[in-house]
Design a protein around this ligand. Structure first.
Ligand code: NIG
Ligand code: FE
Length: 414
């Protein structure tokens, strides 16, 4: 059984086996009279000009044809950085921030991430699952077919594993592809306030082995920031994670230039994320070591900080990906179209660069590029139709999602 999606305007990144940096960041293949042929297992069998794909389909039996009515078709979004597994929102904290209290000041006083930690400690696994599922479904409606979800509101073995199990349940349902990340070092628990090194030792000696043994997270992350963890603590933890076979990434240089971007390069991490304050030198070093820059413009927007320097990064051949950072504190959104709009209008990325960032480069940054991120033969037929003529509509139709239909492995899910 095959499905032939005919009569579509296709735009897709070109996967050359590495993340797209420099000029290739803005390269899209386009087929104005395009078609897509999908096999029964949800994989792409052919893509390109309609007459050629139709010819290929004619050699097969059992082909169902779908007329896409000339719609614009792009790959499903890959959101490579979210914290959507939490128990409660933090609206009161948002008001505090609006009134001028800095984000890190709230954390220092035991609020922020630490208030989410208290809420997760009290929540059951099924409550966490329900909240996570609600956010993942909202993301799906705006076109996210693959996403990463972090733990990090546990900060002890029991709670971190509870979060990762809730994320794992969602992953097994298979509505979206979900990559789980262990973020046990997201904040210093109050009990370790005067001894963060001891907390890192606990993460390495107790939490990490439990996570590895249960095989419930593919990646390990840490928040390196003033008042949170140092670069040296990041190095200790992430080297231990790599030694146990995990991929690593870093919340790097979000507020202060501590050098997280440099550490990501040193460890050849799959990504360094945030980078609002990253130095020129470390940006260049990241590019030389094949690290993807995961930029989170909705966080800069919500924290009212200067945006990450996407243009400088692209001009220095550093592949840029985009993510929502969906979390109850610094960025409460599941919408990749919103993030793309911010990237285009506030970070001067072209719509094509932003689309590559939100699909193929994002897939590379979470180790999923062999399956998703571009419409290529052999990859999953995860795609969207847009109410517009080109990917520019994602930024142009401001505040409104132009995503009309969402397909996962060739099946319409929205
Ligand atoms: O990526 N910066 C650290 N972690 C998240 C925010 C988490 C929270 O505030 O709950 C971020 O911005
Ligand atoms: Fe984050």
């Amino acid at each position: 059984m095959y499905i032939l999606f005919k009569n579509c305007r296709i735009f897709t990144p070109v996967d050359r086996g590495v993340p797209c940096g420099g000029n290739s960041q803005g390269e899209l293949a386009s087929f104005p009279d395009g078609a897509l042929l999908v096999a029964g297992d949800g994989r792409i069998v052919a893509i390109g000009e309609e007459h050629e794909v139709t010819k290929e389909a004619s050699t097969l039996s059992k082909v169902k044809t779908m007329d896409m009515q000339g719609k614009c078709l792009i790959p499903g979004f890959v959101d490579p950085h979210t914290h959507m597994c939490f128990a409660t929102r933090r609206e009161a904290e948002f008001e505090l921030r609006l009134a001028g209290t800095p984000y890190l000041e709230i954390l220092k006083k035991g609020g922020g991430i630490l208030s989410s930690v208290r809420a997760v400690a009290e929540a059951t696994e099924s409550e966490l699952y329900e909240v996570t599922r609600k956010h993942a479904l909202s993301a799906l409606k705006s076109g996210t077919t693959t996403l990463e979800i972090k733990s990090g509101y546990g900060l002890n073995t029991e709670s971190e594993l509870k979060q990762l199990r809730a994320i794992g349940k969602l992953a097994r349902e298979g509505v979206q592809d979900v990559v789980a990340t262990f973020l046990g070092a997201h904040a210093i628990p109050l009990e370790f306030k005067h001894n963060p090194d001891e907390f890192i030792t606990l993460v390495i000696d107790e939490m990490l082995p439990a996570v590895v043994e249960q095989g419930i997270a593919a990646q390990c992350d840490i928040f390196c920031e003033v008042g949170v963890f140092t670069i040296e603590q990041g190095r200790r933890l992430l080297k231990a994670a790599q030694a146990q076979g995990m991929k690593v990434k870093i919340h790097a240089d979000e507020v202060h230039d501590l050098g997280g971007a440099g550490l990501a390069a040193e460890l050849m991490a799959c990504s360094a994320d945030h980078l609002l304050a990253a130095s020129d030198e470390n940006i260049r070093t990241m590019a030389a070591h094949g690290v993807v820059a995961n930029l989170l413009p909705a966080t800069a927007y919500s924290l009212r900080k200067p945006y990450a320097r996407a243009r400088f990064m692209i001009d220095n051949n550093l592949p840029v990906a985009l993510a929502t950072d969906c979390n109850p504190g610094s960025s409460y959104t599941e919408s990749m179209p919103f993030v793309i709009g911010l990237a285009v209008l506030n970070m001067n990325m072209t719509p094509a660069e932003a689309l590559v960032a939100a699909t193929l480069n994002a897939a590379y940054s979470i180790g999923m590029a062999d399956k998703v991120g571009s419409l290529d033969v052999g990859k999953q037929a995860d795609f969207l139709t847009l109410d517009g003529d080109s990917p520019a509509i994602l930024a142009y139709h401001a505040g409104v999602s132009p995503v009309q239909e969402v397909y996962k492995k060739g099946v319409r899910v929205v």
